[in-house]
Design a protein around this ligand. Structure first.
Ligand SMILES: Cc1ncc(COP(=O)(O)O)c(C=O)c1O
Length: 426
């Protein structure tokens, strides 16, 4: 039997190497819009929307609201996270479907807006405000009938801040409802230790104008930390034990709420399903999950659906040509990855969002992002033409929902409402 010579061996090796490389080559992907996104496109086009637009699918929003409500453990109330759904009609819709008028508010302008426009709201702050912001609201109360001392729970995270609020209560001769932020493990804020808690209790005892109204312990970290050797379960247990300890200490000190009702807030979208009726809290805060941006694609939120996208027109479609100077790199990239063959320049871009439809679009590694005309590459199977719409899914709802003017609300195949958003504020 004739043995292969050296040249033949090299040829065989090259062939095998080539076959292996080909098998590693990214598969060609991409498809036109699904029926769902084709419907959204048609609705937006018929409404004459030809600028980057935030769009909400009303059916999905409703389904999410109904699911969140159904998922709540009996005895747990729901508080809407105002900054994550930053539009009054959006908040109204979700409030109606979930049967709550509780909101968690994160800055003074939104607190004033809510107090003026929705005077029956029950407000808990989601972060401590500088006392000057509280003083301003009390000095110029809303004219809607919203009763600031009765309807706002001021969040307090330290004895120093509580002393400032005490001085405010004395100066303006008003009673203030004080909800104490506790650190249940996130280490972002809250009373740091038992000594701080003791000082807070002493201050509450001394000043009858300060009315303790509850606790707030935010626990988003438990679902974000790496789950190594039971770390997640331990962090979850720590949330509950810390919460219970603070509640017990306050009760043992003789503190009772003036109206007999405590607001014991916890959770957020990532954790609301973990809280049960036998836990220390009596309400959970939820916002983002109701429109489900990509950061909320987690197992505990698997039963909710994405309900908000950025829709933006394609301005130009052409074979991808890398910029002058790196053209050969672009050609090599396209030879390797057929999904880099077609360039789509869109209207706007560089948002906190990922391409969602049509499938198979990706940013270019050779050209960076652009807020003016972002480039998305694809195989061409998407079949996009200039003026067609592409859809991006926000990574978060906070801030992003406010970047596009009024939100287009689609029901069936029509835009049925344009919802104004909150003015952008920090
Ligand atoms: C105090 C507090 N509670 C709850 C949330 C949860 O908000 P979302 O449901 O939008 O994640 C947040 C988010 O920042 C928060 O700061």
């Amino acid at each position: 039997m004739a043995l292969l010579n050296r040249r033949q061996w090299l040829g065989l090796a090259a062939l095998a190497g080539g076959a292996t490389a080909l098998s590693l080559r990214p598969a060609e992907i991409g498809a036109p819009h699904s029926a769902f996104f084709a419907r959204l496109s048609k609705a937006l086009r018929e409404a004459g929307l030809n600028q980057p637009t935030l769009v909400i699918d009303r059916e999905r929003l409703h389904a999410n609201a109904r699911r969140v409500r159904a998922n709540l453990a009996p005895g747990l109330a729901l508080r809407l996270v105002n900054k994550s759904l930053p539009s009054l009609p959006l908040l109204d819709e979700v409030a109606r479907l979930t049967g709550t008028h509780r909101q968690m508010v994160f800055n003074q302008p939104y607190l004033r807006l809510l107090a003026e426009q929705r005077p029956d709201s029950d407000v808990l702050l989601g972060k401590p405000f500088p006392v000057a912001a509280a003083a301003q609201l009390l000095a110029q109360p809303p004219r809607s009938g919203f009763d600031v001392p009765r309807q706002v729970q001021w969040l307090v995270d330290s004895p120093e801040r509580l002393a400032q609020y005490r001085d405010l209560a004395r100066g303006q001769q008003v009673a203030l409802r004080i909800n104490l932020e506790i650190d249940v493990g996130l280490h972002r804020g809250g009373l740091p230790d038992a000594a701080a808690l003791e000082q807070v209790i002493a201050l509450l005892r001394e000043e009858p104008r300060l009315h303790w109204s509850g606790l707030m312990g935010y626990d988003a970290h438990t679902e974000k930390i790496p789950d190594v050797a039971g770390s997640r379960e331990r962090a979850r247990a720590h949330v509950l034990s810390t919460y219970r300890e603070h509640l017990a200490a306050l009760r043992a000190s003789g503190q009772t709420p003036v109206d007999g009702v405590l607001t014991l807030n916890t959770g957020g979208s990532p954790t609301y399903r973990l809280h049960r009726a036998d836990g220390p809290a009596n309400e959970v805060a939820v916002g983002s999950a109701l429109v489900k941006p990509t950061d909320f694609d987690t197992p505990l939120l698997a039963d909710l659906q994405a309900a908000a996208w950025i829709a933006t027109p394609v301005l130009k479609v052409q074979g991808f040509l890398a910029p002058n100077g790196v053209e050969p790199l672009g050609q090599a990239a396209q030879l390797w990855d057929r999904n880099q063959r077609t360039a789509h320049f869109i209207h706007g871009g560089h948002w906190l969002a990922r391409p969602a439809s049509p499938e198979g679009l990706q940013a270019s590694g050779l050209i960076g992002p652009s807020s003016n005309q972002q480039l998305f590459l694809g195989s061409g199977r998407q079949g996009l033409r200039p003026d067609d719409l592409v859809f991006l899914r926000p990574t978060q709802s906070e801030a992003v929902l406010q970047q596009f003017g009024d939100i287009a609300v689609v029901e069936g195949d029509r835009v049925v409402a344009m919802w104004p958003v909150f003015p952008a504020r920090g």
